[in-house]
Design a protein around this ligand. Sequence first.
Ligand code: NAD
Length: 448
Amino acid sequence: MRISVLGTGYLGATHAAALARWGHDVVGVDVDVRRIEQLADGVAPFHEPGFAELLREGVLSGRLAFSTDASAVDSADVHFLCVGTPQLDGGHAADLRALWAAVDALAPRLRHGALVVGKSTVPVGTAALVQERLEDLTAPGHGVEVAWNPEFLREGHAVEDSLRPDRLVLGVASDAAEARLREVYRQVLCDGVPAVRTDLQTAELAKASANVMLASRISVVNVLAEVCEAANADIERLTEILGLDSRIGPRYLSPGIGFGGGCLPKDLRAFSSRAAELGVETASQLLGAVDEVNVYQRQRAVDLARRLLDGRPRGRQVAVLGASFKADSDDVRDSPALAVATGIAALGACVHVYDPEAGHHLADRLDLEVRDSAESACERAELTLVLTEWAQFGALDPVALGRIVRRRVVVDGRLVLDPHRWTRAGWQVHALGRRDPDPQLDTRRRAG
Ligand SMILES: NC(=O)c1ccc[n+]([C@@H]2O[C@H](COP(=O)([O-])OP(=O)(O)OC[C@H]3O[C@@H](n4cnc5c(N)ncnc54)[C@H](O)[C@@H]3O)[C@@H](O)[C@H]2O)c1
């Protein structure tokens, strides 16, 4: 099939490359000239395991092309909308300007009977508006149809999630649209991936609802962690016990500095905002609390750092390991790690940051000093914080690192360090929710 993909960010570029792997002829279109030049040259514009290889395979096979010219979509019969839907400046709703720009650019180029498939995460009701707009912008009887096929990929696992998703959601208004989508995904359907057919609005809700569930779970765990701290209980044993409950399961049960990235926070807020528009006030009450608890974890980490610097952070040297919002990604959008690093720098500390892949995003930052290795960031540090769960941080040698730092005090914001190993090497290991190894600090903390 000939397919176009509008928007070639983390979602669109990966989706386009996956479509090419499945044998389709694909063109990715974006307004970002530099991004398109890189992709067309087979160069990955972001870090995502396995993506560079998949991209090169598609480009070299001739099945995957990229362009900034909207006319490149002319020969396609199926068009995927994968543009960004960020949080509106100064509000909680989704900013749909890129989506409408893409729809307007696409409309005059659609062939008769084309299928336009939304993949971006949008407020419920958007697909119906896209259908209306396309009908307004095309000749009567043109037969353009809109479907919604939300994407569930996780950054850091985008390639494997695209090639082998947990499930496909086919939001359609006709059997013909379903048949066309099944043709697009023939390969994964043959591999046994389950597909759920539903209406457009349920499909739109599917993605936002998944993120609402995950975000709520993380905030609940972080509340439990704070209660554990206050009650001198053990959050790690507690989550182990909870995880063994077959109704709960072990995933997304790790306490820490909270969720972030380009999706979860903004999807939570957009969902809440749309629910309020629909008159469902309970949604914003619940999700507002989930959001608040999440943002509060960042402040808790900054407060802990201040205490560990004896309340005198100004001029003290601090090492921050991790800047991306999660491991195996260079995405720093709404990153908790970066927010904590920024918060500590705002206290006047000299913050040296190292991230295996995201350092290039920090080049313009005046408040943070970017280092090219964990060791270099930790040199003479009085406090070290591990804020992204990169595997290489879990594998750090606490003995060797202990020789580099000025004080062996570490905050494990993601529970990736083995506390026994680090303690044996002479480190004081702190973590949100974990019993404090320094009884004096613990008493001060409880005293408020
Ligand atoms: N990143 C993820 O893990 C993920 C997962 C599932 C769903 N989503 C959703 O997918 C959508 C895209 O997310 P992303 O992370 O890829 O965003 P992104 O910011 O990485 O990419 C968006 C791309 O759209 C391009 N764009 C903007 N206006 C355009 C236009 N008029 N025509 C063509 N291209 C245009 C931008 O230049 C950019 O390259 C969002 O709705 C997001 O919520 C993202």
